[in-house]
Design a protein. Structure first.
Length: 157
């Protein structure tokens, strides 16, 4: 139930473990933040520098997300360049996103890679009680992430 490349949960591992997080948040009387995160330039990295470099970028994002997730949060790779994170509402969405953004900026400064890693992120809060409600939050955060991705592309063009 772990993604073999990154060592974080895969989709199956996510669904198995997110139930615990939902239950814990419910007992604490708080909701959760659901984040949809997508790498902006993985195809370009793969095309220009090879799949080994693309894999290196994926591993970097997974590692940085894991370090930024508060204890008890969940990071997972849903496939390709798509990641999902869930944290307790008390931890704050802006705080998590800022930590991840700062970590990626620092990684890019220190990395000897000929490319920069970047992400687009969408997030939504709620108090889900079922996996279907988590899926609904994921769909909403995914829509927001794609809105952010379009903004990134329009700024570059």
């Amino acid at each position: 139930m772990l993604d073999p490349m990154t060592g974080i949960y895969n989709r199956r591992g996510f669904y198995k473990n997110v139930r615990k997080l939902i239950s814990k948040a419910e007992k604490q009387g708080v909701g959760v933040w659901v984040f949809s995160i997508d790498m902006d330039n993985l195809k370009k990295i793969n095309d220009l520098y090879g799949h080994n470099e693309g894999d290196k970028a994926i591993k970097a994002v997974a590692s940085l997300m894991t370090k930024c997730t508060a204890e008890g949060g969940i990071c997972s790779r849903f496939g390709g360049d798509e990641f999902v994170a869930v944290i307790a509402e008390t931890d704050g969405a802006d705080s998590f996103y800022e930590k991840v953004s700062r970590s990626i900026a620092e990684y890019n400064r220190r990395s000897k890679s000929p490319y920069d890693v970047s992400i687009s992120c969408g997030y939504k809060a709620g108090k889900p009680k079922t996996l279907k409600e988590i899926d609904d939050l994921m769909k909403a955060s995914d829509r927001e992430m794609y809105t952010q991705k379009r903004k990134h592309h329009s700024r570059r063009d």
